[in-house]
Write a protein that binds this ligand. Structure first.
Ligand code: NAP
Ligand code: ZN
Length: 361
């Protein structure tokens, strides 16, 4: 058994302002990494800037992080960094948060080029503060950073474990999120819980996070289908996402995530939706007791009911045959990609999962 979760986390209304001192204690110069629009619209960027200005911390904002950020996007941000950055603040969904971790790694190693991102080595990184504004990735607490690698036409997690030092969750930042963002990211969190539970690395501690958060997830379909938008609903969505982040911090994700990456890269399907489409088929191939345990915790009577709910929330996906074939061969031919899956993975099983999960055209 191994347990490590060094991030300090707060989840409350006005979280940024209440923890101004914790943010300012990180150093004299901050580099804010965020997306193009949403952090301005939901007030999170302004809240952070006010805290830094009141605390006489100098800062610079990079607001050019794209969805599913690429290596090139990270290096663009690195180039614009203040000369002597003490810490990095990521604000937004999983994309800017993952980007802030990658930027912190590069800034701590100024003599290295972008090859460092995917080099297996012990490298330092600057402290990272995370402010999530979506409710799925758990990136505010996980040590992972997933980037798009255009050269390989896919996405992959960095080998470095970059733990944020402080995560500040204000659930009200979800108030500006469109329904689709809430739905896709809530399904991503469900994916983290299911893939962490059905995982070769699962431990009693990772399962404890899964058990608790899956039972909370029971309320989510009602909230999303009825468009319940209040603080309590946002807090539940944010905390499920954080618990799921705690779970995958220990186990990593599994097949549905690996299978999702080509859909996101080639068809621009949002991360949570792409993961969600493979979940019920992934469960159906797993140990029947684990499968039934998960279903009963989150209130589904069968994997079909789970699949119907995911489809109702996120919509169906069509995949060209050639793309499915390439993905199946790629995952079956690389044992590292299926190493967290507790059952044997071969082309036949991958085709089964594909055919059950998407419409192949
Ligand atoms: P995202 O790519 O960060 O954001 C999706 C969209 O939502 C963007 O257009 C963004 O706008 C907008 N948005 C964000 N917050 C909003 C808000 N409060 N109100 C309105 N719009 C908002 O989406 P995500 O699903 O959170 O993150 C996906 C990324 O996280 C993927 O790259 C995935 O691989 C990664 N991921 C990481 C982990 C991990 O452990 N590190 C786990 C799972 C997934 P702006 O662009 O204007 O900000
Ligand atoms: Zn995910």
């Amino acid at each position: 058994m191994y347990y490590k979760l060094p991030t300090e986390l707060y989840c409350e209304r006005n979280c940024i302002t209440s923890h101004a001192d914790d943010i300012c204690a990180h150093g004299k110069t901050a580099y804010i990494i965020t997306g193009k629009h949403s952090s301005k619209a939901n007030g999170s960027l302004n809240d952070v800037i006010s805290v830094l200005e009141n605390g006489h911390i100098s800062y610079k904002v990079f607001d050019g992080i794209c969805e599913n950020p690429s290596i090139e996007n990270i290096m663009e941000a690195v180039k614009e960094a203040p000369k002597k950055t003490d810490f990095v603040i990521g604000i937004g969904g999983g994309s800017p948060l993952d980007a802030s971790k990658a930027v912190s790694l590069m800034l701590a190693n100024p003599d290295k080029n972008e090859d460092l991102l995917y080099q297996k080595c012990d490298a330092a990184y600057l402290p990272v503060v995370t402010v999530p504004t979506t409710c799925g990735t758990g990136s505010e607490i996980t040590p992972y950073s997933i980037l798009t690698i255009h050269r390989l036409c896919t996405k992959a997690s960095l080998p470095h474990k970059i733990y944020p030092s402080l995560a500040l969750i204000d659930p009200m930042y979800l108030d500006s999120a469109p329904d689709t963002v809430l739905k896709n990211t809530a399904i991503d969190a469900l994916g983290h819980l299911i893939e962490s539970y059905i995982n070769t690395n699962a431990t009693n501690i990772s399962k404890m996070f899964c058990n608790h958060a899956l039972s909370l997830w029971k309320a989510i379909p009602y909230i999303l289908k009825n468009n319940i938008r209040n603080y309590e609903a946002y807090e539940l969505l944010m905390m499920i996402s954080a618990y799921a982040g705690m779970a995958i911090s220990h186990t990593g994700t599994s097949l549905p995530h690996k299978m999702s990456y080509s859909l996101t890269y080639e068809q621009k399907i949002p991360h949570g939706k792409a993961v969600g489409t493979f979940l019920s088929a992934y469960m159906r191939h797993a140990d029947i007791y684990a499968c039934n345990h998960i279903l009963s915790l989150c209130g589904f009577s069968s994997v079909h009911m789970l699949a119907d709910t995911i489809n109702e929330l996120c919509g169906h996906i069509e995949v060209p045959y050639s793309l499915a074939e390439k993905a199946v061969k790629d995952i079956a031919g690389d044992s590292i990609k299926s190493r967290n899956c507790p059952y044997p993975v071969n082309e036949e099983i991958l085709w089964d999962i594909y055919k059950e999960s998407v419409a192949i055209i």
